[in-house]
Write a protein of this length. Sequence first.
Length: 380
Amino acid sequence: MKILIVTEFFPFSDQCDVKGGVEARAFHIARHLAKRHKVTVITSRETGTKEKDSFAGIEVIRVGNERDYSQGGKLSARLSFVREAMKAGKKLNPDVVDGYNFVSYPAAYKIARLHKVPAVATYHDVWIGGEWVKNMGPSGILGEIVERRILSMKWSHFIAVSNYTKGKLETRGKVEPSRITVVYNGIDKEKYSLGELKKQPDSICFVGRLVKYKRVDLLLKAAKIMLPEFPSLLIKIIGVGPERESLEKMANELGLKEHVKFFGFVEKHEDVVKEIATSKLFCLPSDVEGFGIVTVEALAAGTPFINSAIPPTIEVTDTGKGGQLFEPGNELDLADKASELLKDKSFYDKCLSEAPLVLEKYDWEKLAFQVEHVYENAAK
């Protein structure tokens, strides 16, 4: 089968040097499918990358104006990507086309219709119904309009990354349940077997984009509360985004300058894993997640979590196995739950023992077979 994946961003190499969960999923699904099929990826041309590349058995075509990675990005750059992606797709001969995010969906759909092949949308979250404006501000109005248009298209099938996302596709997107299959995000477990690494005492790690809805500010406020009891507390923040400057300012104003380390973008994924593995705890305080794969990565690296109790996190962790869930938006509850894990060794060890039960569902190779099954059924 000739599979075409269209995604706004994609790694530079087989080291999976990525900044977000969407492109990580695209890479891992693509590399496993490439063992049995011809897989081509159309993606943005990031600064310093080649227009055509090949690694992990995947053919990569980078299009549009050169641009840096950005969660939002300039409208002109995104439109350039959509336009050039459609041009590149016309020259191919795929059997199925899969779009991976809001920017890539229109191009994926048009390419599929041009070649009269199934159009699949891998869907991470549904924001219509008010979430665009809530999460992105006034500029979210355009996102609301675009997503409504996307969901009105005649897609052959949707792949939802969680049952939570599937439910939103059904209720908000009015998509028939028969056209949605849930395939979770995953991990390569062997990459997290790092041997005995010494954990930094009283350290908490965050990994993700530095945007408002990730609520890194809550983690900083909780750290301020915890500091008298944990004077050696260290908060490690890995990621890039528009909120970095304001978060650095907040850390200084809270008197946390010596207790917070901003890593920025960490190029090698193995280095990100090491930072998680050497942390005592992992924290994902988000108000919004489609899945939150980094929580699964933390468990695989032997690090319990303290996450906000939002529906995707509850689902992914099987109601909190392997860590603690706190009330969303409540820094006091976050501080209490983190303190409990740092102080109570028996409870900490219990969380570690629960991790294998959670990890069973998240193997990329098995998940790629599920995606393959969706493609084959759509192509019949």
